[in-house]
Ligand binder design. Structure first.
Ligand code: ADP
Ligand code: MG
Length: 606
């Protein structure tokens, strides 16, 4: 066949290349911030409109770009940062590929104004989807201003596949948080949709900067630890075991101050942390690895979000040791002998405590609550954190019929009598015999399903059972988290929460769903918010009512690691099988595995 291969026209080539670097508004902003940091800016101010599709504007006070360099700056593979291939192995700047500005220029309307000194005189240049204007003089103080308007205006296909403005805004906020966290000597500010969302004055240390981003309360508890080997040095800031969470707020790694992803480092820190805690609680951390540039390859991904380590095991080891030493010191162990952290962390220990042991609280209120919980056959309230009576208290009632508390809930007895014997396995699964086989239930997934349907119902009915807290719980959030909390406000109310703005980036929780224990509330709200922030399974649920309900359920559900009594397992089973769709969790994962007697027989070769 003849002539089926054509050289693509220049503008198509440009757009294809641009697509690799510029996936979304946050990738534009990432490149622009990194350029400003490379130019040694100490002040970076950012303005975003329409989630970055309307406007991304960034101004810095860095070195600036000379007038004669402006046309080069937006040319592909034009860079001031490396000169030859050998330089690729000693990169100390964020940028080096020389393609960011070219890529952004190809898919937007861009204007750059810059000046290299304090004379007030600089130059400006515009580029309209790849068509470049002449360079013209313009007034500007030292540094660079770049305005990007109408991102992807000439790439309709890309625009169509973009996530919602909501998730773009979250991505932008998180990006600024993450880049700012590693650059304490630069003052960042972000104006998002007309609202000042981030403002971090120059900080005297990484620790102070992390506190600016994540909250001073969070910062106060962080453990700082360091570990070095020849050519590599790791400094980690991580949360102590009692602050572990099922969904940690940060697990962030910087290699030579470049923010990158590394499953190895996450695994290392979790492994170290796992020796001091139980269940599925994970630490939040900021990990900074400094390594000789020649021992890594940063040129393995167009957006530079991964690096390749010459020796990944060594990286794992230093991260592990740094985390472990810090935790061991905190716990008063020596780095090598520490094994278990005796007191389970607050979040799981207190969840496991029975709030309603009848014999302990012979008050009318307790009696009422017990009766209500036990006789309530509709829903989620029987499970959750406040379960019906423990076997102990139940037995006590049965054993002593003259006890005046027996009458309070006659049907406790029915319940107890009708219990099926379940077994909890690894504080995570429930094993229940059924007529033709056995069921294995994932306790957390099952509870999520129950709460999810309950939440959806609350939304349609517009009501939920709520309890006022005596002392509101103040949560420090990041700007991105607070943004989500605000947008979810209406839903939180429907689920029984009362969450108010508490100034800065804090919120105050003053009421929680009635089934929930006070001590579980903070982690529940955080988990819900972070589920909404996360771009995981839950966030792919398009319908907002379903998405928020699923995130609520994820936050409020019992965790793996929580011990359940027989009554609680029975309640869980009953409630699960009263739901519309008992077999899958809100995120689509199974809740139940059923093994039939036939299958068991087969396995035993009968
Ligand atoms: P790279 O950062 O990989 O070199 P870019 O396309 O991001 O490539 O930028 C091209 C060049 O433009 C840079 O090498 C730098 O010289 C210049 N430049 C871009 N942004 C700035 C800025 N904010 N301040 C100073 N110089 C800049
Ligand atoms: Mg760059």
């Amino acid at each position: 066949m003849a002539h089926n291969i054509n050289q693509l026209p220049e503008d198509v080539v440009e757009k294809i290349a641009a697509g690799e670097v510029i996936e979304r508004p946050a990738s534009v902003l990432k490149e622009l911030i990194e350029n400003a940091l490379d130019a040694r800016a100490t002040r970076i101010s950012i303005t975003i409109e329409e989630a970055g599709f309307g406007l991304i504007k960034i101004r810095d006070n860095g070195a600036g770009i000379a007038a004669e360099d402006l046309p080069l700056a937006i040319k592909r593979y034009a860079t001031s940062k490396i000169r030859n291939a050998a330089d690729l192995f000693s990169i100390s700047s964020m940028g080096f590929r020389g393609e960011a500005l070219a890529s952004i220029a190809a898919v937007s309307r861009m204007k750059i104004t810059s000046a290299v000194d304090q004379s007030g005189l600089g130059a400006t240049l515009s580029c309209n989807g790849g068509t470049v204007s002449a360079t013209a003089p313009a007034s500007h103080t030292q540094g660079t201003s770049i305005e990007i308007r109408d991102l992807f205006f000439n790439v309709p296909a890309r625009k169509k596949f973009m996530k919602s403005h909501r998730s773009e805004r979250n991505a932008l906020l998180r990006l600024v948080e993450q880049l700012a966290a590693a650059a304490p000597s630069t003052h960042f500010s972000l104006q998002l949709e007309g609202k000042k969302s981030i403002d971090t004055p120059v900080a005297k240390s990484l620790h102070v900067r992390i506190s600016q981003i994540a909250g001073t309360e969070f910062g106060k508890h962080l453990i700082r630890s360091q570990y070095a080997q020849p050519g590599i040095d790791c400094t980690i800031y991580l949360t102590p075991p009692e602050m572990g969470s099922a969904k940690p707020r940060f697990q962030i790694l910087y290699v030579n101050l470049r923010r990158v992803d590394s499953p190895a480092v996450i695994a290392a820190v979790r492994e170290a942390h796992g020796a001091f805690t139980s269940g599925e609680l994970k630490p939040a951390f900021f990990c900074f690895i400094d390594i000789e540039p020649r021992r890594i390859d940063v040129n393995v991904h167009p957006t530079k979000k991964n690096v390749k380590f010459e020796n990944e095991r060594l990286v794992y080891k230093v991260a592990y040791q740094a985390a472990r030493n810090g935790l061991a010191q905190l716990m008063g162990h020596s780095g090598d002998t520490a094994r278990t952290y005796a007191t389970p962390p607050e979040s799981s220990a207190s969840i496991a405590k029975r709030p309603l042991a009848i014999h302990e609280t012979p008050t009318e209120e307790a009696a009422y609550r017990t009766a209500r919980l036990v006789s309530d056959d509709t829903g989620a309230r029987q499970t959750g954190f406040a379960f019906p009576a423990t076997p102990d208290s139940g037995k006590k009632q049965l054993d002593s019929p003259q006890d005046n508390r027996v009458q309070l809930a006659g049907n406790v007895q029915d319940e107890v009598a009708g219990l099926i014997s379940c077994y909890q396995i690894h504080e995570r699964y429930v094993l229940a015999p059924i007529k033709n086989g056995i069921l294995l239930i994932d306790q957390r997934a099952a509870h999520e399903r129950i709460l999810y349907e309950q939440a959806l119902e609350n939304l349609t009915k517009g009501q939920s059972e709520s309890q006022q807290l005596l002392f509101p719980i103040v949560l420090e959030l990041t700007p991105a988290e607070k943004n989500v909390a605000a947008s979810a406000q209406r839903y939180f109310v429907s689920f029984g929460y009362e969450i108010r703005d508490f100034g800065g980036t804090s919120v105050a929780i003053s009421a929680i769903p009635s089934f929930m224990k006070d001590s579980a509330a903070a982690d529940a709200v955080r988990t819900t918010i972070n589920t909404l922030l996360d771009e995981g399974d839950m966030n792919r649920i398009a319908e907002p009512a379903h998405r928020f309900s699923a995130a609520f359920a994820r936050g409020a559900a019992i965790r793996a690691g929580q011990k359940l009594e027989t009554e609680e397992m029975n309640a869980l089973l009953n409630n699960l099988f009263s739901t519309e769709n008992p077999y899958i969790g809100p995120d689509g994962r199974p809740t139940v595995v059923r093994i039939s007697l036939d299958e068991l027989s087969r396995r035993f070769l009968r």
